[in-house]
Design a protein around this ligand. Structure first.
Ligand code: CU
Ligand code: CU
Length: 342
C-alpha cells in the first residue's frame, strides 16, 4: 500500500510550479494525470487518486484540462473523504464492464464523501471559478483525496502499445479564499414506465442559516433524458410559490458545468427543485441505477457562500415517480418551461 502510494506520487508529481502572476498571490499548479495507462477494453472508466496533505488547508481556484477528445470521452474530478481503492489506477466505471481481458480492479470512485468538483467533455466551454472563490481541500475538510475519472470510449489508438496521461492541472493556493465553494446534488430514485414521458422530480428546503450563490450547474441522465431543469422556489406571505430558473440543459450535450441562467441568492427556507423529463420508448420499465439499461436523474449545483463553510446539506434526493412529484409540495409549477428547451 505504501509502495503503491509512493509510486503514485512519483508518477503524478510531474508538473509543479508557481503561477503567481495570474492571480496576484501565490498559486501553484499540480498535474493530476493518468499514470500512462493503456485501456484494453472499450467504454472503460479509469480512476487515479491523490491524497491531500491533512496538515494544511489548500484552496483550489482553477482547473485546466489536459486532454483531447480523440482520446478521452469525458473526465470528472471528484473530491472524496476516502477513495474507492488504494491502487494507483482502478476501473471505476459507472456502467461497470465485466470483461475478462480487463486488467484493472473494479471499485467505486469514492468509498465515502463524494463530491464532483470539475467536469470536462468535448467542445465544453471553459469554466473559471469566480474571483475570491475556492474549494477548500485537505486539512480537516471532508475532501482528503482527489480522484480523477477518465472515460475512454474507444481504444483503437492504444493497440500499438501507446499510453495516455489525460488529466487536469489544478491551480491551488494556501492563501484562504474569502468565498468557499461547494456542490449540492439534486436527484431522484423511482421508475419510468414503458412507452411514456415521465417527470422525475425532487425538491428540498435549505435548512441552514446561510446564503449561497450558485454560479454553475451540471446535468446527468443516461439515454432517456430530454431536459433537466433546476429552480429556486421562494414562498410569499400567501403561500404562493415563485420559480426562478437556475439552469436547464439537454443532457445529451456534453455533461459539463455551465454558467447559471440567473444569478440568485438562496437563503434558509428557500426551496431548490429539479426535474428530469424522461421519454421512454422501451417496452420494459426503466429503473434508477448504474448501468446503460438504467437511468439517472441528477442536477448538480456549484455555489459559493459569502462567509463560513459551505452547506452541510449536500444532497436532495426524492423517491421519484410514482411516489413523489413536485405537486405534492409545490404550487404554481412552470410545467411547460421545466420540460422544454428554448
Ligand atoms: Cu464519456
Ligand atoms: Cu449515471
Amino acid at each position: 500500500m505504501a509502495d503503491c502510494f509512493n509510486h503514485m506520487l512519483s508518477v503524478s508529481l510531474v508538473f509543479l510550479f508557481s503561477v503567481t502572476s495570474l492571480y496576484g498571490f501565490k498559486v501553484d499548479r499540480y498535474g493530476l494525470l493518468m499514470p500512462n495507462v493503456r485501456p484494453n477494453v472499450p467504454e472503460l472508466y479509469l480512476c487515479t487518486p491523490i491524497r491531500i496533505n491533512f496538515t494544511t488547508n489548500y484552496y483550489i481556484v482553477g482547473f485546466e484540462p489536459n486532454a483531447t477528445m480523440n482520446t478521452a470521452h469525458h473526465m470528472l474530478l471528484y473530491g472524496c473523504t476516502k477513495p474507492g481503492s488504494n491502487k494507483p489506477v482502478w476501473n471505476c466505471g459507472e456502467m461497470a464492464s465485466t470483461s475478462e481481458q480487463e486488467s484493472y480492479e473494479t471499485a467505486s470512485v469514492c468509498e465515502s464523501g463524494s463530491t464532483i468538483l470539475y467536469a470536462w467533455a468535448r467542445d465544453a466551454p471553459k469554466l473559471e471559478l469566480p474571483q475570491d472563490v475556492g474549494f477548500k481541500v485537505g486539512g480537516r475538510s471532508p475532501i482528503q483525496y482527489l480522484v480523477l475519472q477518465v472515460h475512454y470510449a474507444t481504444i483503437d489508438k492504444f493497440k500499438d502499445g501507446s499510453t495516455d496521461d489525460s488529466g487536469v492541472f489544478l491551480y491551488y493556493t494556501e492563501r484562504p479564499q474569502s468565498k468557499l465553494a461547494g456542490v449540492y446534488l439534486l436527484g431522484t430514485a423511482g421508475m419510468i414506465p414503458p412507452m411514456t414521458t415521465e417527470h422525475m422530480e425532487t425538491a428540498c428546503a435549505i435548512s441552514e442559516n446561510k446564503t449561497i450563490h450558485p454560479f454553475a450547474f451540471r446535468t446527468h441522465t443516461h439515454s432517456l433524458g430530454k431536459v433537466v431543469s433546476g429552480y429556486l422556489v421562494t414562498t410569499d406571505s400567501r403561500g404562493r410559490h415563485h420559480w426562478t430558473l437556475i439552469g436547464k440543459k439537454d443532457p445529451l450535450l456534453p455533461q459539463m458545468f455551465y454558467p447559471v441562467a440567473n444569478q440568485v441568492s438562496i437563503s434558509e427556507g428557500d426551496i431548490l427543485a429539479a426535474r428530469c423529463t424522461m421519454v421512454s420508448e422501451r417496452r420494459t420499465v426503466t429503473y434508477i441505477g448504474q448501468t446503460n439499461k438504467d437511468e439517472m436523474c441528477n442536477f448538480y449545483l456549484m455555489y459559493y457562500v459569502d462567509e463560513g463553510e459551505p452547506l452541510e446539506q449536500k444532497y436532495c434526493f426524492s423517491r421519484g415517480p410514482p411516489l413523489f412529484y413536485w405537486q405534492s409540495l409545490l404550487n404554481s409549477i412552470p410545467d411547460k418551461d421545466a420540460s422544454t428547451l428554448d
